[in-house]
Design a protein around this ligand. Structure first.
Ligand code: PMT
Length: 404
């Protein structure tokens, strides 16, 4: 179950042009199973109507501190019953009032009255974001334990561009998952590989496979949501998961170099990438011309990155492989598990419907050297990733217990 399911989240919306994105944030939180209680300031209502937000949240929008139709004590109730408060967007005015404890409206009263964690997502023009008063307010709120989802750089209202743009709804959701999640990978360094490698034939042609990178990205997202420091070695350019560092590569050799330079300092390595087993033994520097006739391509084996990692696995490191099979799934995967000295292998029958390459779903069997196979039925790749990370956390705990 994801970290937001069943959680009561107050979504505070203040008066900035990015208020329209709060509707998308609300939808994603509800989709993740949260109960969303929206509170809009007067200024927010200058930018968006409450009707849409009321429809997409779990309750109608709250705006009134006085004569509130829902409760006689709105100034404390919403804060006391929240598991988390997210303010998106958070204007300079809101940050100043919150920092000073100036509870002048329903949202600031709720912020002052809560014991729940608070996430603020600032959004304003660059000049305002860089103003010393705003910098000081943010520093003070951070020092008090308030979580800040930094604004991004990009197009701002009025045709300007620069720092101050509200973080993406996906980043805000990831921050909420991280705050409410078990945080059971906090302090861990995790490297994940994703996507299919591309092995050059000539300057424009490659030998490739159908891996989209979705499963690897989902594993990286989930590891970051659990508090890990995550590096994603990727051959594809999917949206970068919040809090994850992406290292772009293309070939098996580049992937091998990028992973091996990080392996000694990694607590967990997850090889979800579809690494080519063969590559052209030589790649033409230019483009091979059709009129030169049909070329003969001689292939050679690529280095087995995972086997190399297994042969040099540092004590305490959790090494996870994936197995793309089309028959004898468990036997073939178990053979790789043992041969490559893995702690876990995630086997998927890539010939099955909606399983494996490019799909949004996957079905896997988790194999460990000393445990019975665990089947994860067809599910979204993020749910599969959660099952993989749960198992990694179990392995780390058992390794730790073994050490103690
Ligand atoms: O990316 P998606 O579209 O979401 O699809 C997901 C996936 C099907 C790619 C993924 O779930 C998956 O199965 N990844 C592994 C694909 C693969 O290369 O499996 P394999 O059985 O051929 O390789 C076994 C393991 O050895 C893998 O962890 C692989 O990364 C690794 N390997 C393989 C060859 C090689 N030269 N070096 C390696 O490290």
């Amino acid at each position: 179950m994801n970290a937001l399911a069943g959680k009561r989240i107050v979504l505070g919306v203040t008066g900035g042009i990015a208020a329209y994105k709060a509707i998308e944030v609300s939808r994603r939180l509800v989709d993740a199973g949260a109960h969303v209680v929206p509170i809009m300031t007067d200024a927010a209502q200058q930018f968006i109507g409450s009707t849409t937000l009321s429809a997409l949240a779990s309750e109608p929008v709250q705006t009134e501190l006085w004569d509130n139709a829902t409760t006689p004590i709105p100034h404390t109730k919403f804060g006391q019953t929240a598991d988390l408060i997210v303010v998106a967007p958070a204007t300079a005015k809101l940050l100043a009032a919150y920092r000073m404890g100036y509870s002048h409206d329903l949202l600031t009263n709720t912020l002052i009255a809560t014991r729940a964690p608070v996430i603020v997502c600032p959004a304003m023009h660059t000049e305002m974001w860089e103003h010393p008063s705003v910098v000081d307010n943010i520093d003070t709120l951070r020092a008090r334990g308030v979580h800040v989802v930094e604004p991004e750089s990009g197009r701002l209202a009025g045709g300007d561009s620069g720092a101050g743009r509200l973080a993406s709804p996906a980043s805000i959701l990831a921050a909420a998952e991280r705050v409410l999640g078990p945080n059971d990978l906090a302090g861990a360094t995790v490297v994940v590989s994703a996507g299919g490698t591309r092995e050059p034939i000539d300057a424009v042609r490659v030998v490739a496979n159908r891996s989209s990178g979705k499963q690897g990205y989902a594993v990286a997202e989930e590891a970051a949501a659990r508090g890990a420091t995550v590096t994603l070695i990727s051959t594809v350019a999917l949206p970068t998961p919040h809090g994850v560092t992406v290292v772009p590569v293309e070939t098996a050799a580049e992937m091998q170099a990028a992973i091996e330079e990080r392996s000694a300092s990694s607590d967990v390595i997850v090889m979800a990438a579809a690494v080519a087993d063969f590559r052209p033994s030589s790649a033409a520097s230019g483009k091979i011309k059709k009129q030169d006739g049909v070329p003969e391509i001689v292939l050679e084996p690529t280095p087995d990155i995972l086997a190399g990692l297994g042969a040099n696995k540092p004590a305490g490191q959790v090494l996870v492989g994936f197995a793309a099979e089309t028959n004898d799934l468990v036997a073939n995967a178990r053979s790789k598990l043992i041969r490559k000295n893995l702690d876990l292998i995630v086997a998927n029958d890539v010939g099955a419907d909606r399983v494996g390459f490019a799909h949004d779903t996957n079905a896997v069997t988790l194999l460990r050297p000393d445990a019975k196979p665990v089947e994860i039925d067809l599910a979204a790749k993020r749910d599969v990733a959660r099952a993989v990370i749960n198992t990694i956390v179990e392995i780390r705990a058992s390794t730790q217990t073994g050490k103690d």
